[in-house]
Design a protein around this ligand. Structure first.
Ligand code: PD2
Ligand code: ZN
Length: 288
């Protein structure tokens, strides 16, 4: 095909008609792109006319790759439709998205089999949940947290490893900067009163905690088993309530370790059945 040289908008009716005709006769997207390059189009112009997705740009080659800008916070990159995120081994649908703070609810991040696999391994290892004591940097029993819990080591088994790799891709954050998955079981009556997940910089124990990978920057709570009633995750400052639907997950990040982050959140009491979750906290640096 010929490359027109005079038009200001390269996506002329002639080019679009040619693209449509090639597509109709079964030409694949990569070969269409290559034909445009062979015809003398600049790669960036061809990519623009074909409206290549970021994945296509990376896969087709010939395009300058934008420098990887280190992000200060974990974040999920939405596709062009604004509803899906590439998590590597699957695409994940975003069913709620809010800003200030950045908060997303993902549908079916985990499969039922993955939820069951985490529960099965965690169950015999549960004990009454501890809270980090920011006065000393140690762990303490806390009445605000009436669940039972355990921690997986990072990459502890193939299912944990697969989920961690998926989360790293989903949130653009290295696996090494994540704490091990924490699994919590809430029997009827158990709850997690509203709190912040970052470590309070004013507390004397915080410097010791931060030595293991710096501050927490973001939280991903994944629902493994939904209770028959109760157990929503609530964000009182922004009036958000997330239903604990099995397989779904809520993500939020906090640029400041301060209440201005508006990330106060809690788990409402379970009133019937059991709620199980797995939480992944993401740190600034490598968590050791
Ligand atoms: O289970 C919850 O809904 C919940 C609420 C608040 C979990 C956490 N925080 C957490 O794991 O940090
Ligand atoms: Zn929390």
């Amino acid at each position: 095909m010929n490359q027109p040289s005079t038009s200001t908008d390269p996506a002329t009716p002639e080019v679009l008609a040619w693209l449509a005709a090639q597509t109709a006769r079964g030409c694949t997207r990569p070969s269409l792109f290559k034909s445009m390059l062979d015809a003398g189009w600049q790669a960036t112009t061809a990519a623009c006319i074909m409206q290549l997705t970021p994945d296509e740009k990376a896969a087709f080659g010939g395009l300058p790759t934008p420098p990887r800008v280190a992000s200060a916070l974990p974040f999920a990159s939405l596709d062009a439709s604004g509803t899906m995120v590439d998590a590597g081994d699957k695409w994940v649908q975003v069913i709620t998205h809010r800003q200030a703070p950045e908060l997303m609810v993902f549908a079916s991040l985990l499969s039922p089999a993955e939820c069951d696999a985490l529960i099965d391994v965690a169950r015999p290892r549960l004990s009454r949940s501890l809270t980090v004591d920011t006065k000393t940097g140690g762990q303490e029993l806390h009445p605000d947290r009436t669940s039972q819990g355990m921690f997986f080591a990072r990459s502890e088994n193939p299912v944990v490893q697969r989920i961690e790799t998926r989360i790293a891709k989903l949130l653009n954050w290295p696996v090494q900067n994540g704490e091990g998955l924490q699994v919590l079981r809430y029997p009827p009556g158990a709850q997690y009163r509203p709190h912040y997940d970052y470590f309070d910089p004013r507390e004397p124990g915080t410097p010791a905690i931060l030595k293991r990978g710096g501050q927490r920057l973001a939280t991903l709570i994944m629902y493994l088993l939904e209770p028959q009633a109760g157990g929503a995750t609530v964000f009182p400052d922004i009036d958000v309530r997330v239903a604990p639907v099995r397989g779904n997950a809520v993500f939020f990040s906090y640029a400041q370790a301060h209440p201005d982050s508006r990330t106060l959140h809690g788990g409402e009491p379970v009133t019937a059945g059991e709620k199980w979750i797995a939480t992944k906290w993401l740190r600034q640096g490598e968590f050791v």
